[in-house]
Design a protein around this ligand. Structure first.
Ligand code: DC
Length: 222
């Protein structure tokens, strides 16, 4: 049988690091849906599409082709044939993704692609609306949260490691703005699904958070 594990929550809660390790342990495919939204945001930035203009963003979706490839177990993302896995991690792309992901046409554009990957294989999918909208029948749903300051510190460390020069204050402000956008939009807002298990990673280091997720997954798979 194909298993579907939905991991949702705000930015910096540890979803993607946990999902990557879990996918290696279970042999499931990891689908990072945030990367797909980031790719749409990147396309808009690269092509001077006004991200505040919903109709303008909707009008260019037909020019965008997104492909997920798995190389040595890592998800790579291609925008019109070019690998943009690195570019989509830039901080300005986070904000563009948060803005454009609120648009109905953008969500509809990515929904089928996300559901299709889960049709034929076991997946761990992370995002904001996986347990509520993309895979409402997922066998396992976990909603991962954490204090905004702690999440900002984690994200800041990651960005510095990637060579991006940004202050902690700026990262914190971005996280607060993105939390607000993602939670308050009309389309598929960030919400805990009724049947999701809540996990708070504020006082957990990575290993502890991972072990907690693994325990939830194992107990549900038994
Ligand atoms: O997980 P992330 O930080 O890479 O996601 C980037 C943005 O994409 C996030 O601010 C909101 C949006 N997103 C979404 O709306 N739905 C998802 N399933 C995943 C991400």
């Amino acid at each position: 049988m194909n298993y579907r594990i939905a991991l949702d929550g705000p930015s910096g809660a540890g979803k993607s690091t946990i999902a990557k390790r879990l996918s290696a342990e279970l042999g499931f495919v990891y689908v990072d849906t945030g990367a797909m939204y980031r790719t749409v945001g990147l396309y808009c930035l690269q092509n001077n599409v006004d991200i505040e203009d919903e109709a303008a963003v909707a009008a260019v979706l037909g020019n965008i082709s997104i492909e997920l490839k798995y190389i040595d177990g890592e998800q790579r993302i291609l925008l019109n044939g070019t690998d943009v896995s690195k570019e989509i991690r830039m901080n300005e792309v986070s904000m563009a993704a948060s803005k454009t992901s609120a648009y109905k046409a953008v969500r509809a554009f990515l929904l089928d692609a996300q559901r299709n990957v889960a049709k034929t294989q076991s997946v761990i999918m992370d995002g904001r609306d996986i347990g509520t909208v993309v895979l409402p029948d997922a066998e396992i749903k976990i909603f991962i949260v954490g204090d905004a300051t702690v999440r900002a510190k984690r994200r800041h460390k990651e960005l510095l490691e990637k060579g991006q020069n940004i202050s902690l204050q700026e990262v914190l402000e971005d996280i607060i703005t993105r939390d607000h956008n993602d939670t308050n939009r009309a389309e598929a807002p960030l919400r805990q699904a009724k049947d999701a298990v809540l996990l708070d990673t504020t006082y957990k280091n990575f290993d502890e958070a991972y072990e907690a997720v693994l325990e939830i997954v194992k107990s549900k798979m038994e």
